[in-house]
Write a protein that binds this ligand. Structure first.
Ligand code: SF4
Length: 411
């Protein structure tokens, strides 16, 4: 396909595709899908080889959030039967992190529910970062604490944080349908604060919330403009008791097209499959490793992932290798430039969702699984090709182990 040849050429040159090209990736047929994966895989291998970076989530504070993000199981008014607990102590968080690091993770993502941290919360997290770094040489620590106030990013950086996650989640035009207690501009501001403080910015999206193809392309282009080093892609876990519990809009094929589109638009950025990997990609997870260079090991924030051992076996069976602490994740030009999507100023890439850090959802501050029942999902926007999935509630399990429990974590 001319389209795919063009996209590979642009990806290898770190050149921004046109919006029409990005939309065309999402509109490809099932007959074309393996060609799409192969093409985006060439771009992935150019910048990240066959390495897979493992990240490990530690939910420092679960549930009881005053915000109303409709995807989030920790939201105000959530009826989801998730674990609810207040701040873990530094030694408890460090113990949970150690399990993930022993399992092969090189980055620990410290996530807390809430609108944003108080200065006292920043003190607590700073103590936790120091405890983890004292005991684990070479570990990367990412904080995901919600909206930041002036000076907080600098304090986290001084405490040793390497990165900060805050997801944009969805397009600016649909943001008000998903959340009413804060704005898209608030989220952009926090990503920019993290960047300005010298933290590696991590910002991504949640797919499957009733958005259109245009919305998906919009948010990915906005992320590129923010120029984060890593982009977590969450696939909505429709958790019972949240407003989006009936939003089963994703198939494995659509997830692969979305990941390929993100790879083409953000070619040299750490693209991470976050929450919903097991629920929506299912047996197609190994194929997705040709697109993303990063996943979460084990469980998500409020839901359970597949066994950490199964993650490791999948990576090895698919012919990939776990990235070690001695290996640098990002391509050299991004490391020396201090970050960036590789497209320079005109464009660039970057939520709490149960899928990955940044949106407070099942994996990190990404989709938490909440918003008001009266906020009808934008079902009319969902492309017909995306509306053929069945509800796989059998694959959604609320986390009952690890942080905040007496049971061993999944790592
Ligand atoms: S995503 Fe974060 S801010 Fe939004 S409801 Fe969930 S925990 Fe609160």
């Amino acid at each position: 396909m001319d389209l795919l040849n063009t996209l590979v050429d642009k990806g290898l040159r770190r050149e921004l595709p046109t919006r029409e090209e990005a939309l065309a990736v999402l509109a490809t047929s099932d007959d074309e899908l393996l060609d799409v994966v192969a093409a985006a895989g060439k771009v992935r291998r150019q910048w990240f080889g066959r390495r897979v970076k493992l990240n490990y989530l530690v939910n420092l504070k679960s549930g009881l959030c005053p915000e109303d993000c409709s995807y989030c199981s920790q939201r105000l008014g959530s009826k989801a039967g998730i674990l609810k607990y207040t701040w873990l102590k530094p030694d408890q968080a460090s113990e949970a992190a150690a399990a993930g690091l022993a399992g092969g993770a090189k980055r620990v993502c410290l996530v807390a529910s809430g609108r944003g941290p108080t200065d006292r919360d920043v003190d607590r997290v700073s103590d936790t970062i120091k405890a983890i770094k004292d005991q684990n040489e070479g570990v990367e620590v990412c904080a995901c604490l919600g909206l930041l106030s002036d000076g907080q990013a600098e304090r986290l950086r001084e405490a040793g944080a390497d990165a900060y996650n805050h997801n944009l989640n969805t397009s600016e035009s649909t943001y008000g349908d998903i959340t009413t207690t804060h704005t898209y501009a608030d989220r952009v501001d926090t990503v920019q604060k993290a960047h300005a403080a010298g933290l590696s910015a991590c910002s991504g999206l949640i797919a499957g919330m009733g958005e259109s193809d245009e919305d998906l392309v919009d948010v990915v282009y906005s992320l590129r403009a923010l120029d984060p080093d890593s982009v977590p892609v969450n696939f909505l876990i429709p958790v019972e008791g949240t407003p989006l519990a009936k939003e089963w809009n994703l198939t494995p094929q659509r997830c692969l097209r979305i990941l390929a589109m993100v790879r083409f638009v953000c070619p040299d950025v750490e693209v991470r499959i976050a929450g919903g990997r097991e629920v929506h990609l299912r047996t197609m997870q190994p194929l997705a490793l040709n697109l993303a260079n990063s996943i979460f090991l084990g469980d998500y924030l409020t839901t359970e992932g597949q066994a950490g051992k199964a993650d490791l076996e999948m990576i090895a069976d698919a012919g990939f290798e776990v990235e070690g602490t001695g290996q640098v994740t990002l391509p050299e030009h991004r490391v020396t430039a201090g970050g960036g999507c590789g497209s320079h100023a005109e464009a660039g890439c970057g939520s709490h969702a149960d899928a990955g850090c940044g949106s407070h959802e099942g994996g990190g501050c990404g989709p938490c699984g909440s918003a008001a029942e009266e906020q009808a999902p934008a079902a009319a926007r969902v492309p017909e090709t995306a509306r053929v999935s069945e509800a796989r509630t059998d694959l959604v399990a609320v986390r009952r182990r690890g942080a905040g429990t007496d049971l061993a974590p999944n790592a």
